[in-house]
Design a protein around this ligand. Structure first.
Ligand code: ACO
Length: 325
């Protein structure tokens, strides 16, 4: 009998402090940095973002999302034998945020590690968990995307600081006799490291280099649109499906214009795209599971439907996962 992996529960969490565009415009304006609600909405589709309070870490957001996913899957932390956290904003240099989350959940014993693929982190993590389940190494995995990007934003750079937010999303992925995850496609191109990076590093007890996000927005935009289409086509081909089989596109929530462009290339109407960027901005690795959980809890995504998840981000990394929900 073939062994597959299947999502059995989803969860998400946004920290309570919400900043609307008007709030952020006022805060930046007080520092002499000019921006506007119109510019942010027109260029990105973002209306608001959530920022974590001081002393709150990615593992805290991950914990809340994980608890919601476990409850939805009717599982407890003791059932989990694998935790993968996708994050670019870990609590510490080490140990991994996954280990910290495991400790907070009280789920000792299984494997736990982080995946670092920036905004593609969740599709990378889901693909790794799927492979570990299919190989028989794990049976019940918690796959989480959790980020506190507000701590790595340069609030003197209006072209980036208005775009990102904090949050977490999670799924429980379990071994199953029926698929589940149908196909995955992961890529990276390291020659584009400088397009989107946080170049700082820890050295000799101090941070060396700028520990704040730098992005060449237009170049990222152009690359993103092309690779998202190719990853989508690759997972469809691997699974023997076509665009017509997609019930929902659940894309990385970076920018509404990137999502519109991908949908157009795949001949999907925007009614088939889960869009949450407006309410939480770009939450990097958290954005796909946040959107997925929103789609499930709002009653849009239904059991048995076919979903295309896809992400793109720093590295440059990109990838997609096609699955039956
Ligand atoms: N408010 C007002 N004006 C602004 C702002 C702002 N917040 N930011 C930039 N501008 C100005 C610029 O200075 C420029 O002015 P100029 O024409 O006088 O020089 C003008 O707006 C246009 O700037 P562009 O950078 O050309 O604007 P663009 O239409 O490209 O939109 C954006 C910028 C939103 C960043 C877009 O390029 C984009 O979405 N890129 C992709 C970003 C993305 O998806 N990143 C996530 C990848 S995932 C990850 O791994 C984190």
């Amino acid at each position: 009998m073939s062994r597959y992996s299947r999502i059995t529960g989803t969860g998400s969490y946004l920290p309570p402090h919400k900043l609307t565009n008007a709030d952020l415009v006022a805060q930046l304006g007080a520092k002499g940095i000019e921006t506007s609600d119109d510019w942010i909405v027109e260029r990105s589709g973002i209306h608001a973002r959530h920022f974590a309070a001081e002393g709150v870490f990615s593992s805290d957001l991950a914990l809340e999302a994980a608890k919601n996913a476990l409850q939805a899957a009717n599982r407890t932390a003791q059932d989990i034998d694998l935790i993968i956290v996708a994050t670019s904003t870990p609590d510490m240099v080490f140990p991994s945020t996954a280990c910290i989350l495991q400790g907070k959940l009280g789920a000792a014993g299984g494997a736990a590690f982080d995946v670092q693929a920036v905004c593609s982190g969740f599709v990378y993590a889901l693909t790794v968990a799927d492979a570990l389940i299919k190989s028989g190494t794990a049976r019940c995995a918690l796959v989480v995307g959790a980020e506190i990007f507000s701590r790595i934003l340069d609030f003197n750079d209006r072209s980036t600081c208005v775009l990102f937010g904090d949050g977490a999303g999670a799924v429980v992925l379990e071994a199953s006799d029926t698929p589940g995850i149908l196909s995955s496609d992961l890529h990276a191109d390291g020659k584009h490291v400088d397009l989107l990076c946080v170049p700082g590093h820890v050295s000799g007890g101090a941070v060396s280099g700028l520990p704040l996000l730098q992005m060449a927005g237009q170049s990222v935009f152009k690359l993103a649109v092309g690779v998202l289409e190719s990853a989508a086509r690759a997972v469809l081909e691997k699974a023997g499906k076509t665009e017509a089989d997609i019930d929902w596109l659940v894309p990385h929530q970076a920018n509404i214009r990137i999502m519109q462009s991908t949908a157009k290339k795949l001949k999907l109407s925007m009614d088939k795209v889960i869009v949450t960027v407006g309410q939480h901005g770009n939450t990097s690795a958290a954005s796909i599971p946040l959107a997925l959980d929103h789609g499930v809890r709002s009653g849009q995504i239904l059991p048995g439907q076919t979903l295309l998840l896809e992400g793109v981000g720093g590295g440059f990394t990109w990838g997609a996962v096609l699955l039956d929900f």
